[in-house]
Design a protein around this ligand. Structure first.
Ligand code: ADP
Length: 536
């Protein structure tokens, strides 16, 4: 049975307009609908600067039509409204009425406004058909070029991203330093430490996260037209690569990127099962140009991490990155040195081929935390290239451990940044070494049993290397605290008498443990019982 234009328009009435008022058909935003051998194509008119933000609308329209009986494929593109910044709803009221056909001149006009080839009154729909298999964003940047520089409204800081507690950017002064590789392994490391983690691939010049994580396909659209992030190795993944077509290079502009990025971040169901993401890692485009600045300015970042290599002479590029974030008041959480030393895959020997401690020294000079040094190791590259990141697939390896340490240091820096300049609490180990008293400036004070601290340790050993591997540690009834080792100004490493010493207890975590002591303890006991384990 072949599908008719009327059936398609009737279905499209289910899709709400850009401001969630009315529907796209009655608002007059749908072009003529072309049906050929079960293949349907049409365009939806939107203001150019909203093209990024309205991507879900396009997807939803495409999906409802694709699901109709008799439709083998649907191609929907967004086209620019001639009026530029005008809200479609405003023009649409005048154009209201079911006549999709009435929109053709507007679409044609929009095309000529783009400087495109709206030759000799060719029907707009035919043009849109010619663009089948292309995506909205291939039109949008061209349209945005004619729009007023939206960067001017970038001064305001946007609100938090729904479903995400902390957003951090992983940036580099230039390409090829391993920023994406570090970003993905850092995200996996944060997940291994028990934090709900996502990664947002904003590297428009080479969106590589899906490949690094072995993902293919595109995210689905869920309820309320929200995108469902993809998932790999326990972390949630979104990528600008999902909306750009590799075959069609795009000339991105700052405002366009921010608009598309906001779309890919805000219209997404990050929260799952009622739980927000603790951290969303943003893999930034390399460099410190206009685009990076727009992102730094307009995405509510908790902080940024700068990846560099020892070859970057005196970290000139890293310094540029630092200056960029400082300019827009984004705290730099620290520097990571990648390809720092050569680790021989055969003998494990460490060779400091680029000299030692350069980035660490520079970080100190710049008064920035040094988060760690990653070796140049073939395993890291091979596993990345095959979509099996080392932290997820070889969690016990030396390379994975390096990333886990960096993830722990990063988390501490995130919390420290979030907590502002909180004074460290007073820590007193009881004489029998069986509990720790944590007294915060200004009142709150908690007695935390060594056993509770040990079994909730924020370490990969306890939290597992991914949420699915979360471990319940039994038989710690008599564990004692052997030593406290302060880490920076925001955490303490607790050494227990059973040898466990990899947990970094930040002040924020200790406060949370104190506040939720009963709940955490009950959870632990329930887990023990469920797994048939005992306190020993
Ligand atoms: P960027 O995002 O900075 O452009 P990538 O993460 O894409 O850089 O890394 C560039 C190349 O270097 C990739 O082939 C990657 O596998 C490799 N690479 C990155 N870090 C390391 C490392 N520590 N050891 C070995 N190869 C690495």
């Amino acid at each position: 049975m072949s599908v008719t234009q009327q059936q398609i328009l009737a279905t499209l009435k289910r899709i709400r307009g850009p401001d969630l008022q009315g529907n796209i058909v009655e608002l007059g935003l749908v072009s003529e609908v072309v049906v050929r051998d079960g293949r349907v194509s049409f365009s939806i008119t939107v203001p150019p600067e909203r093209a990024g933000e309205l991507e879900p609308l396009r997807q939803a329209a495409q999906q409802v039509v694709a699901e109709l009986e008799g439709v083998s494929a649907a191609t929907v593109v967004l086209t620019a409204d001639r009026a530029g910044g005008r809200a479609p709803a405003a023009t649409a009221t005048a154009a209201a009425g079911p006549g999709a056909r009435a929109e053709s001149p507007r679409v044609a006009a929009a095309r000529s406004a783009q400087g495109g080839a709206a030759q000799g009154g060719a029907p707009a729909a035919a043009q849109s058909h010619a663009h089948s298999h292309s995506h909205s964003h291939q039109h949008a940047p061209a349209a945005a070029a004619g729009a007023p520089r939206a960067a001017t409204h970038g001064a305001r800081k946007p609100g938090a991203v729904p479903g995400v507690k902390h957003l951090i950017a992983v940036a580099s002064g230039k390409g090829g330093v391993g920023k994406s590789t570090v970003a993905v392994n850092l995200a996996l490391g944060l997940a291994a430490l028990g934090h709900k983690t996502g990664i947002m691939d904003a590297d428009i010049y080479g969106p590589s996260q899906p490949k690094l994580l072995g993902l293919s396909g595109k995210p689905k659209v869920g309820a309320n037209n929200r995108l469902i992030p993809m998932e790999a190795y326990g972390i949630k993944v979104m990528s600008m690569g999902f909306i750009v077509d590799e075959a069609t290079p795009i000339i991105w502009r700052g405002p366009m990127v921010v608009s598309a990025l906001n779309q890919m971040m805000r219209e997404v169901e990050w929260n799952s099962g009622g739980e927000d993401l603790d951290v969303l890692v943003i893999d930034m485009p390399p460099g410190t140009g206009d685009i990076q600045l727009s992102i730094a300015q307009q995405v509510p970042l908790a902080g940024a991490i700068i990846v560099c290599t020892p070859q970057d002479l005196a970290l000139i590029d890293a310094r540029k990155g630092l200056a960029m974030f400082q300019k827009v008041d984004v705290p730099v959480l620290g520097i990571i040195e990648n390809m720092s030393y050569y680790l021989c895959p055969k003998c494990g020997e460490r060779a400091e081929i680029f000299g030692h401690g350069g980035a660490k020294h520079e970080a100190e000079k710049l008064d920035l935390p040094f988060l760690g040094a990653i070796p140049l190791h073939i395993e890291i590259r091979e596993l990345s290239d095959s979509g099996k990141p080392v932290v997820a697939t070889h969690p016990e390896s030396a390379n994975a451990r390096v990333f886990l340490e960096i993830a722990a240091a990063t988390w501490v820096a995130i919390e420290a940044s979030a907590a502002g300049k909180a004074e460290p609490p007073r820590l007193d180990v009881s004489t029998d070494k069986a509990s720790l008293k944590v007294a915060f400036e200004g009142g709150a004070s908690y007695d935390l049993p060594a056993e509770l601290l040990r079994v909730t340790s924020p370490s990969a050993e306890v939290q597992g290397h991914s949420p699915s591997q979360r471990v319940t540690v039994p038989k710690k009834r008599n564990v004692k605290i052997k030593e406290l080792r302060p880490v920076g100004n925001y955490a303490v490493r607790i050494v227990f008498d059973d040898g466990h010493d990899t947990g970094l207890f930040s002040w924020v975590y200790l406060a949370e443990l104190g506040r939720e002591k009963e709940k955490k303890w009950a959870q632990y006991l329930a887990e023990l019982e469920a797994k048939g384990l005992s306190r020993g």
